[in-house]
Design a protein around this ligand. Structure first.
Ligand code: SAH
Ligand code: TMP
Ligand code: ZN
Length: 409
């Protein structure tokens, strides 16, 4: 367990502003025989008043979450494929002068969803992906990948073997890594003088506004704001030079970072820092409000599901997302209220959801026996899902969502 009562970024004392209770490994889909050995930790978020890092007090050790059984394959989502193609194109056209003489590194490259575009353009590249099963998919496609956890030590090895990188990027990875000082120290060493670090993660602003507390689970030890990222950069002589909001994962932010003074700072940065200050991101009472909103959201969802149950209607979960682990365990929702969860990932199917132990079934079962209500756990993929599920709606099926508020639609 990685446990800390001081801020992992700046060392300031921190304390939890709420507890979501006992949580299992969010992606730890399991068989019945493993129920009795299931691992739980108490999920308590906190907020550092000094460097503004929103973080968990406790996080399970990294190899418990990222290993050869990691069930999240990025390329399963068509929309994310398009998103990462655009991200790759943007980096290639804006930040690479020549293709062959460049070197790019991706942290958490998963099954190669983004790095394949660099490989296909003949750009020297390296993916760092500790979860061996997903890394193997990328390797099979000819994408250079090493199965390790990135930190300063690994950065030293890469530097020795490959030299400096023009671009380092990461999507939905930085917020997973507890020792950000080690990561940023490594990146500062690895980046060429005019090199760029581009990373994106779920944005604190979206989470506070939409009460999408399901963004918080074991893997997501941080939920970043521009204020917290900027403060982290300063500690490593790096500088936040641009931010671009992204619609992915329910509202994300892409951060561009360089060595101090090497690039012009966009006015977006000044604007977002001002907005965050104005909107109370640095004010502890904001987090008390968030806590109250989470409690209300949980009550509303449970009472809606209980009402549906009393009407003898069927509810099936749509998407056994890691995020749904937080919703189900915090709200105490089990198999009595949800018949099964439908998911397209073979590794999750015919297992049980972490903690709540709701059966996970294939998408075909959803199609074969559509429920009265589908609880939209994969709400961040709404567009992709609604395109696919016109028939479900036509046949009278209804959706339940809980973000930005609990409702049937
Ligand atoms: N970039 C992909 C995958 C995100 S899932 C996407 O956005 O879809 C997060 C990934 O980060 C996992 O594949 C996990 O194995 C990897 N990861 C976790 N800790 C890491 C670390 N210290 N260094 C590099 N990758 C890490
Ligand atoms: P994510 O929210 O972490 O991207 O995970 C999405 C999960 O939802 C993943 O397990 C796949 C599943 N899913 C479906 O079952 N059907 C779908 O149409 C989509 C888009 C995702
Ligand atoms: Zn701090």
């Amino acid at each position: 367990m990685n446990s800390s009562n001081t801020c992992r970024v700046c060392g300031n004392e921190i304390s939890p502003f709420m507890s979501f209770g006992k949580m299992p490994i969010a992606n730890g889909f399991l068989n019945e025989i493993d129920f009795k050995n299931e691992y739980f930790f108490e999920m308590k978020p906190s907020f550092c008043e000094n460097c503004f890092a929103f973080q968990l007090i406790d996080q399970p050790d990294a190899p418990m979450m990222f290993n050869e059984n990691y069930p999240f394959f990025s390329s399963l989502s068509k929309h994310m494929q398009v998103h990462f193609k655009n991200f790759a194109d943007q980096l290639i056209s804006n930040f690479l002068r020549t293709k062959e003489d460049s070197f790019v590194i991706e942290l958490g490259s998963n099954d190669g969803i983004m790095l394949k575009h660099f490989k296909n353009s003949g750009i020297p590249h390296l993916g760092i992906e500790p979860s061996k099963n997903v890394a193997d998919v990328a390797k099979k496609e000819g994408i250079n990948t090493i199965s390790e956890f990135f930190n300063e030590n690994l950065a030293d090895h890469i530097l020795e073997k490959h030299g400096k990188a023009n671009i380092i990027f990461a999507a939905n990875v930085m917020c997973h890594i507890p020792d950000l000082n080690s990561v940023f120290a490594g990146i500062a060493k690895l980046l060429t003088e005019d090199g760029i670090l581009a990373f994106e993660d779920p944005y604190l602003g979206d989470m506070l506004e939409k009460v999408s507390y399901d963004q918080i689970y074991d893997e997501h030890i941080y939920i970043f704001s521009a204020s917290s990222v900027s403060s982290l950069c300063e500690r490593h002589d790096l500088e936040l030079i641009d931010v671009i909001p992204q619609p992915t994962h329910g509202g994300s932010m892409r951060y561009f970072i360089t060595h101090k003074g090497s690039h012009k700072i966009s006015k977006n940065v000044h604007q977002i820092l001002e907005n965050e200050e104005k909107n109370g991101f640095k004010d502890p009472t904001t987090y008390i409000r968030f806590k109250n909103n989470c409690e209300q959201s949980k009550k509303d969802l449970v009472s809606l599901l209980e009402k549906i149950k009393s009407e003898k209607k069927r509810v099936v979960g749509y998407g056994a997302t890691s995020k749904s682990t937080t919703i189900l365990n915090y709200s105490g929702i089990g198999n009595d209220l949800i018949e099964f969860i439908s998911d397209t990932t073979p590794l999750k199917q015919n297992k049980y959801s972490p903690g709540a132990h709701i059966p996970v079934r294939s998408y075909e079962e959803f199609k074969k026996n559509p429920p009265d209500y589908a609880l939209l756990f994969a709400w961040n993929h709404s567009n992709e899902i609604f395109e696919k599920e016109k028939d479900f709606e036509k046949n009278g099926g209804k959706w339940i969502r809980f973000v930005p508020k609990v409702e049937i639609f």
